[in-house]
Design a protein around this ligand. Structure first.
Ligand code: MG
Length: 161
């Protein structure tokens, strides 16, 4: 079976800790806490990477860049995503569109949606119109409430280049 369209789903979550730079979607948000991780903790770009890799049938971010690799310590997730996207492109795929949901009660997402769309689109050689970003409150529920963490879901559509 040959399909000219492929869909992928990405999910990631990270704790937010005081004093960490709040890097999400490849940009730094003004907030007093940021995602904890082996890399810079950019849960948005990690979920984007898993969505596009998943759509292309190319494994996942954690397999390509294990968090046990000392070389990945403090890694810039923009470089990780660019590398993943290179594999997707080489496999013959181009970006259709992405839809990104960021659930957190830490940083405010709404004022930075446009910058995030541009940042993510540039990393995927697309246009901001192909990338939608929205923030969601957690309604004060669960372990991530009160700014303790951030969870991200991404659905990606790829088309044959
Ligand atoms: Mg992650």
């Amino acid at each position: 079976m040959t399909l000219d369209l492929r869909i992928g789903l990405g999910f990631d979550l990270h704790r937010l800790a005081p004093g960490r730079p709040c890097i999400l979607g490849g940009i730094e948000l003004p907030h007093d806490a940021g995602p904890v991780g082996h890399s810079d903790g950019d849960a948005v770009l990690h979920a984007v990477a898993d969505a596009v890799l998943g759509a292309a049938g190319l494994d996942d971010l954690g397999t390509l860049f294990p968090d046990t690799d000392p070389n990945g310590e403090g890694a810039d997730s923009r470089a990780l995503l660019a590398s993943c996207w290179g594999r997707v492109r080489e496999a013959g795929w181009a970006l259709g569109n992405l839809d990104v949901v960021i659930a957190t009660e830490g940083p405010r997402i709404a004022p930075h949606r446009a910058a995030m769309r541009a940042s993510i689109a540039a990393l995927l050689e697309g246009q901001p119109e192909q990338v939608n970003v929205k923030g969601k409150s957690l309604e004060g529920m669960g372990a991530l409430a009160g700014g303790a963490g951030v969870a991200v879901q991404v659905v990606a559509l790829l088309r044959r280049a």
